[in-house]
Write a protein that binds this ligand. Structure first.
Ligand SMILES: Nc1nc2c(c(=O)[nH]1)N[C@H]1C(S)=C(S)[C@@H](COP(=O)(O)OP(=O)(O)OC[C@H]3O[C@@H](n4cnc5c(=O)[nH]c(N)nc54)[C@H](O)[C@@H]3O)O[C@H]1N2
Ligand SMILES: Nc1nc2c(c(=O)[nH]1)N[C@H]1C(S)=C(S)[C@@H](COP(=O)(O)OP(=O)(O)OC[C@H]3O[C@@H](n4cnc5c(=O)[nH]c(N)nc54)[C@H](O)[C@@H]3O)O[C@H]1N2
Ligand code: SF4
Ligand SMILES: [Mo]
Length: 728
């Protein structure tokens, strides 16, 4: 028996876990790590079942190669050779723009994703780059990029110190938080209330988070941008603004807000005008306050406007960048860059002309790019840690499109709804065989903190996911050699040339020789830590891989601190309060103001014991309230004459779903969780709890225009009793 510690890789809360392993390397217990200075022993049911997930008998242990309908296990060399052949054949015939890549959500949590996705994309040499980001948070990147100059310069609510939190479209009691890394988010919200603070939740459902709040405000799906403009309007109208930073574009924002007085937006949002006015006054009067909006507001037609207006509110109330307000975390591997101009739409997608953002094209147009003939049609697709057949808008169409590809490769531990179309599946090793460091998520943490978990078990002959991606990058580039050494050299050369980098003028060879780490991935982490803001080379501290290894429970790096203007990367050096692209999009918002809203709209939801599409194979997590039901208000059940189950129809599809009548959801709104609909998967537990896919109903033709993000909330639907359908 041994006791070991590692970070939970399953969600953005980055909890520390304490595991006991028997002599065979099997997990016998999982607890929250009480000595982790950030998570302090917190754990949720998903983390507690990490052992089950790690040893799931349905996980692939060897690569699979498909021949027609037949799968066979292959050696790693055979599998990589098959990938090489597939890619070469397609590239020779159709050129490199015929290759595409899709990166799924777990690649935002893995070291492999953080360190090897970029070189892999470069090696593929294609603009057909897609990820779960455009089904998720791209609006936040675009709004932050345009306002602050960098898409990762994201302000998070200073949860532990704020006096007032306005939360829209987030349900951290189930999700454990997103773009706001905060282990024990529920405890932190309770603490906020216990110290006399106020929590207001805006959501079309009375969620568990809303029930914990001081106030819950029902809002019509997809209308948060109107509501937020109503608040901004009130701040100007009542002279409540107190801006503490130099900004560009204040007058443009004031002008734009004139079109959205509370009584006008009240009709569209369903939020009474007096509530809007009161909330604006409360925000302005609070000693400190933060507005925070997450996926419920991102995955709507006006996602970027909503994300922008949230930070406009934080600026106008004097809360941006001050303790208790919305602050910019300082991640341990952050590496400052010079000024630049952040822009979206530097190129557009081939078929629909949709804008690039952060170097990616919208996943909402992936099927178009596969199905539409012509130069640049995708014929080779690599998916890494993604299940877009269930997760992307109108996933059923992708299911058909993937079947048409000349060649498909998936890096994934499961044979599932997406990877069943692959010709080669390359499975990453077990969770406990993988090292873990949250490169991205620690940059969104409500306290500065770092923790590294080395692999707990040896690899027993299989490659790490880092090695899989590195090998794919080498195959795609046609180069030979050590990818990590190459990247390290490049970074070091840049750093020694950069004035004020801390290593300016030093000898790269000598710096390289002093790096520690058992693997290329660890050496790259060491380099990034040492060059980072707490690093022993460039920063103000002594952080390095060694130091983190000496602190297996993690290191607290202090509360968030004001960082303006240092973090700004805008050309002007100021906060851009009215980016032209967004001011232009306000026209679209105005155009829809007087529109009659659809009678019934669909939204999503998350369950504590789920994780998008891929935790339904862990027995203890499924069943009970974690099932695929349609939440619907009893008034709608009665009005539509429904009973038991019903048929839900959208522009794109039709599903028969069990009903869950509940007054926690607004009339006129129904909610179905995504990630269900397990067909064609070899996951035995998931197959018994198949459910249906919400993304059979969502519509890939609807997007948030500035970011190209998918729209999952506010999808118009009609609902019919099953009896009527069978009578036809
Ligand atoms: N209707 C609707 N659709 C949605 C959403 C919604 O709210 N409503 N939410 C959207 C959001 S926020 C997201 S992030 C996307 C998620 O979209 P995706 O990332 O495409 O989907 P996931 O279900 O997370 O699939 C993860 C895949 O990674 C595999 N996997 C798990 N661990 C690892 C690993 O360590 N390495 C590798 N290589 N693979 C691994 C799993 O087997 C699974 O196939 O879904 C989006 N889709
Ligand atoms: N247990 C669990 N945890 C997860 C995940 C999971 O699948 N399960 N997924 C992870 C991922 S990939 C992500 S991105 C995060 C997301 O984390 P959160 O952003 O907290 O996501 P949700 O829990 O889906 O909460 C979104 C809320 O928005 C509401 N909503 C829907 N439409 C609207 C609208 O138009 N306006 C407003 N104001 N609200 C709306 C929904 O009712 C829902 O309560 O969670 C992560 N954590
Ligand atoms: S809250 Fe997230 S990080 Fe913490 S134990 Fe649960 S799944 Fe893991
Ligand atoms: Mo997500």
């Amino acid at each position: 028996m041994s006791t070991v510690h590692r970070t939970c890789p399953l969600c953005e809360a980055v909890c520390g876990l304490t595991l006991t392993l028997d002599d065979g390397g099997h997990v016998t217990s999982v607890r929250g790590d009480r000595d982790d200075p950030f998570s302090k022993g917190f754990i949720c049911p998903k983390g507690a079942s990490l052992g089950r997930l790690d040893e799931d008998p349905d996980r692939l242990r060897k690569p699979l190669i498909r021949d027609g309908e037949l799968w066979r296990e292959a050696t790693w060399d055979e599998a990589f050779t098959a990938v090489q052949r597939g890619l070469d054949q397609v590239s020779e015939r159709h050129g490199r723009q015929s290759a595409g890549i899709y990166l799924g959500n777990p690649s935002a949590h893995s070291m492999a994703g953080a360190l090897y996705a970029t070189p892999l994309i470069k090696a593929l040499g294609t603009r057909n780059v897609f990820s779960a980001s455009t089904a998720d948070q791209m609006p936040k990147h675009v709004a932050s990029g345009l306002m602050f100059g960098h898409p990762l310069t994201i302000a998070v609510p200073d949860l532990d110190r704020t006096d007032y939190l306005l939360m829209l479209g987030a349900n951290p009691l189930e999700s454990n938080g997103s773009l706001c890394t905060a282990p024990d988010f529920p405890g932190r919200l309770k603490a906020l209330r216990a110290r006399g603070g106020r929590l207001v939740v805006v959501d079309p459902r009375r969620t568990r988070t809303a029930s914990l709040a001081d106030e819950h405000v029902f809002v019509r799906p997809g209308t948060d941008a109107y509501l937020l403009f109503g608040l901004v309007h009130t701040l100007f109208a009542e002279d409540l603004t107190r801006i503490s930073h130099e900004v560009n574009g204040l007058d443009e924002v004031r002008e734009a807000a004139k079109h959205f007085p509370p009584d006008v937006v009240a009709r569209r949002t369903g939020v009474p005008a007096q509530v809007i006015v009161r909330l604006a006054r409360e925000l302005a009067a609070a000693r400190t306050a933060a507005a925070y909006a997450r996926i419920g507001t991102c995955t709507t037609e006006f996602g970027t406007l909503a994300q922008w207006l949230v930070d406009v509110l934080n600026v106008l109330t004097g809360n941006l960048d001050r303790p208790g307000g919305a602050m910019f975390p300082k991640g341990a591997t952050e590496f400052g860059a010079g000024r630049r101009t952040y822009a979206v739409g530097r190129w557009t997608s081939r078929v629909r002309g949709l804008p690039e953002a952060n170097g990616e094209l919208p996943v909402a147009t992936l099927a178009d790019e596969i199905e539409t003939p012509g130069d640049g049609q995708i014929r080779f697709l690599l998916t890494v840690a993604g299940n877009p057949v269930l997760s992307a808008p109108h996933g059923d169409r992708l299911d058909r499109a993937f079947a048409q590809l000349d060649f498909m490769v998936s890096v994934d531990p499961y044979l599932n709804e997406t990877t069943r179309h692959a010709h080669v599946i390359l499975p990453p090793p077990r969770v406990l065989q993988s090292g873990h460091f949250d490169f991205t998520l620690l940059g969104f943490a409500v306290r500065n903190y770092a923790r590294y978990s080395p692999p707990l078990l040896p690899l027993d002959g299989r490659p790490s996911e880092a090695q899989i991606l590195a090998r794919l990058a080498m195959i795609a580039s046609g180069l030979e050699g050590d990818l990590d050494a190459f990247v390290i050299d490049q970074m070091l050369r840049k750093a020694v040339d950069l004035p004020g980098s801390g290593v300016e003028g030093r000898d790269p060879a000598e710096l390289r020789a002093s790096l520690e780490g058992e693997t290329g991935a660890e050496r790259r982490l060491d380099l990034m830590l040492r060059l980072g803001p707490y690093g022993e080379w460039a920063g103000k501290g002594e952080l390095s891989l060694r130091k983190l290894l000496d602190h297996p429970h993690g290191l607290d790096l202090g509360p968030l601190e004001p960082r303006l203007p240092e973090v700004l990367r805008t050309a002007s050096g100021l906060i851009e309060l009215a980016p032209p692209l967004l001011v232009e999009d306000v026209q679209r918002l105005r155009g829809r103001l007087e529109e009659e809203p659809p009678e019934l709209v669909l939204i999503g939801r998350r369950h504590l014991r789920s994780n998008n599409s891929w935790l339904h194979n862990v027995g203890p997590l499924v069943g009970g309230s974690n099932t695929c039901t349609l939440q619907i208000n009893p008034a709608d059940v009665a009005r539509l004459g429904l009973d038991g189950e019903a048929v839900v129809r959208s522009a794109k599809g039709e599903l028969t779903v069990p009903l869950e009548p509940t007054d926690t959801i607004m009339p006129g709104v129904v909610s179905l969780p995504h990630g269900w609909g397990h067909a064609g998967s070899t996951q035995s537990v998931a197959a018994e709890h198949a459910g249906v896919s919400a993304n059979a109903l969502t519509d890939e033709s609807a997007i948030d225009v500035p970011s190209g993000n998918a729209v999952f909330n506010g999808v118009p639907v009609t609902i019919l009793p099953t009896a009527v359908i069978t009578a036809h």
